[in-house]
Design a protein around this ligand. Structure first.
Ligand code: RB5
Length: 148
């Protein structure tokens, strides 16, 4: 399974730790983020990751900036993306189980490496429940995208 990962200049070191963790778990990681010492704008990384997710090239996306917020705002502008900005594992797990989130965002200035790896484990390790009530709500989100 392929996972796309992106970051801005606030998070290259944490990105490398997450990437190594995912590779240890057997995932193929497509890294579109900037390297240590480079500067880049988070919307560019968000679009590069999200385009790979909605096209089906990658199953999930992971986006890391300073807070995770800018990445989540940009990611959620892409039709078909449900990006969850999380700093604790309960939300990361429920973002998958209830919301069928396909992108996880977090902040390198908010969470340490241990929490970041726990967030990733909770996210990629949880299936969407598929319950009718959750599907109905996701359909309503898609309808909002269509109407606006
Ligand atoms: C970059 O300084 C910072 O604004 C960015 O990483 C992110 O936190 C934005 O939401």
């Amino acid at each position: 399974m392929k996972i796309a990962i992106g970051n801005d200049h606030a998070a290259p070191e944490l990105k490398l730790a997450v990437k190594a963790h995912l590779e240890d778990m057997g995932y193929e990681v497509v890294d579109v983020g900037c390297a240590v010492g480079e500067r880049c704008d988070y919307p560019d990384a968000a679009e590069a990751v999200c385009s790979r997710v909605v096209s089906g090239v990658c199953r999930f996306g992971i986006l890391i900036c300073g807070t995770g917020l800018g990445m989540s705002y940009a990611a959620n502008k892409v039709n078909g993306i449900r990006a969850a900005c999380c700093s604790e594992t309960f939300s990361a797990r429920l973002s998958r189980e209830h919301n069928d989130a396909n992108v996880l965002c977090f902040g390198a200035r908010v969470v340490g490496e241990g929490t970041a790896l726990d967030l990733v484990d909770a996210f990629v390790g949880t299936e969407f429940s598929g319950d009718e009530r959750h599907r109905r709500r996701l359909d309503k989100i898609a309808a909002i995208e269509s109407r606006n």
